[in-house]
Design a protein around this ligand. Structure first.
Ligand code: AP5
Length: 210
């Protein structure tokens, strides 16, 4: 099954994509994680993307579409995948269509902006593997250390409150129109984000399997 997880920054797309990909044994493809890795490795793409990301803007479509196209051509994606953070503009959705990629379901996780701002300040991510945690809602077993790979967990530069506001603005202007795009194609399912991560997971799994 090929799916897209859609939602505002911090709505919980990445957290839920991790849960569902384990359940269905398909990869979760996060364009944000791929870009952060490119930045950390100082690649040409990373150098181009960094300023956009740090400011809470989207990186240009032509950069991200090429990266995504290469990633979904990898063998592990041949039985399905979850796209976490792609598409983010109507132009990206159209590019996906023109690649001939069939999307079965688009799961939107809906969370109010006010809740998001509070959540983001507690988020921590692994600087090596990108796993995401929260100091209150999803703490690491050992403080400051990633459960999965043992590397250090840090705060993302773009999780500063002023940058979160910029990301939310970008989301409403450029990404939210995708709800209509996929609604009109009969693909959109909306899940209300819950206070507890596990409660959201139950709703997301039901939406995916329903
Ligand atoms: P990206 O990494 O995709 O960031 P984002 O969309 O802003 O999404 P987040 O990862 O911040 O949020 P999430 O919804 O995954 O939330 P999470 O599960 O972590 O992109 C970063 C940047 O890269 C973009 O700004 C852009 O510049 C660039 N980019 C990426 N893709 C692009 C594209 N296609 N085109 C152009 N540019 C692109 O949850 C957040 C926190 O809340 C966590 O700490 C989590 O533990 C906690 N939490 C989750 N659920 C709950 C809950 N129910 N209750 C309490 N806490 C919760």
């Amino acid at each position: 099954m090929n799916m897209i997880f859609l939602g505002a920054p911090g709505a919980g797309k990445g957290t839920q994509a991790e849960v569902v990909c384990k359940e269905l044994n398909i990869p979760a493809i996060s364009t944000g994680n791929m870009l952060r890795e490119a930045v950390a490795n100082g690649t040409e793409v990373g150098l181009k993307a960094k300023a956009f990301m740090d400011a809470g803007d989207l990186v240009p479509d032509e950069i991200i579409i090429g990266i995504l196209k290469d990633r979904i051509a990898q063998p592990d994606a041949k039985n399905g995948f979850i796209l976490d953070g792609f598409p983010r503009t109507v132009a990206q959705a159209e590019a996906l269509d023109s690649m001939g990629v069939q999307i079965d379901k688009v799961v939107e996780i809906n969370v109010a902006d006010e809740k998001i701002t509070a959540r983001m300040s507690g988020r921590r991510v692994c600087e090596k593997c990108g796993n995401s945690y929260h100091i209150e809602f999803k703490p690491t077993k050992v403080e400051g250390i990633c459960d999965a790979c043992g590397a250090k967990v840090v705060q993302r530069i773009d999780d500063k409150p002023e940058t979160v506001q910029a990301r939310l603005k970008t989301y409403h202007e450029k990404t939210a129109p995708l709800k209509d795009y996929y609604q009109s194609r009969g693909k959109l399912v909306t899940v209300e984000g819950q206070e507890e991560i596990a409660d959201t997971s139950k709703l997301v799994l039901a939406a995916v399997k329903g």
